[in-house]
Write a protein that binds this ligand. Structure first.
Ligand code: PAF
Length: 304
């Protein structure tokens, strides 16, 4: 496994591997997993998928300052370079790109990638500028790594929708591959931020996956249930936790992330076989957790 600290090194290492593996049995397609580090089993599952589908596996670890708003957790975002590199080694990563902030943003930045529409609701509404930061850094990383496929976890479902729209609209030659949410045995979605939770907060946070699971069953089994009934049920369930402070509970079309209004209610979407996302963001103390379930209506949930 090679480690690149600069853009030039990353480009040279990946180009050399492309050349070396041309015509080889595993092929020389580049699979890419962009991360902010503090890697866990969710990231490992992305790396395994990348390894399985590509001859060359690239990981980036970069805590991107421009996707954090004022008062967010940039300064205390957890870091663990040594453990991250060990995990990357175990998962057969070929190149780790580990740049500094100065390497990625050497001078005042004048170019920003903005995706409209899908960024209007959910985290786009509660974290202004967040998705500009994500789209800008991912677009820079794509120009550096030049991947054939890039793998992202469905826990950040809005991020996946935003990046999908970015590569489509800007004709970027990379396939965005969404991968299922990885959960602890008790249902908590894996997140680097889970480390901030006290044991009591962690216990209470299970209300998120539980309420989403119950709502998914209702959507599947009650064909006349409305979006308002679903979001009310999830809100009430989360409110039973005294430690939970709800940011949003929303049921939207997926992947366009549009509200379900009268002419696009659950019942209409059922007929057209549309998909919906039920998404929540909830703070436990200073830790903001997100979770979601995406369902193709009439069919089994994609992940619960
Ligand atoms: O999902 C993340 O960890 C980040 O948003 C990403 C995609 C690595 C961009 O900084």
């Amino acid at each position: 496994m090679k480690i690149a600290a600069t853009i030039a090194e990353a480009r040279a290492l990946i180009a050399a591997l492309r050349e070396e593996r041309r015509g080889s049995a595993q092929g020389n397609a580049v699979g890419f997993v962009p991360t902010m580090g503090y890697l866990h089993e969710g990231h490992a599952s992305l790396l395994r998928r990348s390894r399985a589908e590509s001859g060359i596996s690239v990981l980036s670890i970069f805590v991107n300052p421009i996707q954090f708003g004022p008062g967010e957790d940039l300064d205390r975002y957890p870091r663990s370079e040594k453990a991250d590199l060990e995990l990357a080694g175990r998962e057969g990563v070929d190149v780790v790109f580990l740049p500094s902030v100065d390497e990625m943003y050497p001078e005042e930045r004048k170019a920003t990638v903005t995706v409209t529409g899908v960024t209007e609701r959910l985290c786009g509404a509660s974290r202004p500028g967040h998705f500009d930061g994500v789209a800008t850094v991912v677009s820079k990383l794509f120009h550096i790594v030049k991947p054939d496929k890039a793998f992202f976890g469905a826990k950040d479902a809005q991020q996946v929708a935003v990046l999908q729209k970015m590569v489509t609209d800007l004709n970027m030659d990379v396939e965005i591959v969404p991968c299922p949410i990885v959960r602890e045995e008790d249902g908590l979605a894996l997140s680097s931020r889970n480390v901030y939770l006290s044991s009591e907060q962690r216990r209470e946070a299970l209300v998120l996956s539980r309420s989403l699971r119950e709502a998914a069953v209702l959507i599947e089994t009650d064909v006349s249930v409305t979006s308002r009934q679903i979001t009310n049920q999830v809100t009430k369930a989360i409110e039973t936790s005294p430690l939970a402070e709800i940011d949003y509970v929303e049921l939207l079309t997926f992947p366009n992330l549009e509200p379900l209004v009268a002419d696009r209610e659950l019942s209409d979407l059922r007929q057209s076989g549309g998909s919906v996302i039920l998404a929540v963001a909830v703070k436990f103390g200073t830790t903001r957790l997100i979770d979601n379930v995406i369902m193709k209506l009439k069919e089994a949930p994609l992940h619960v």
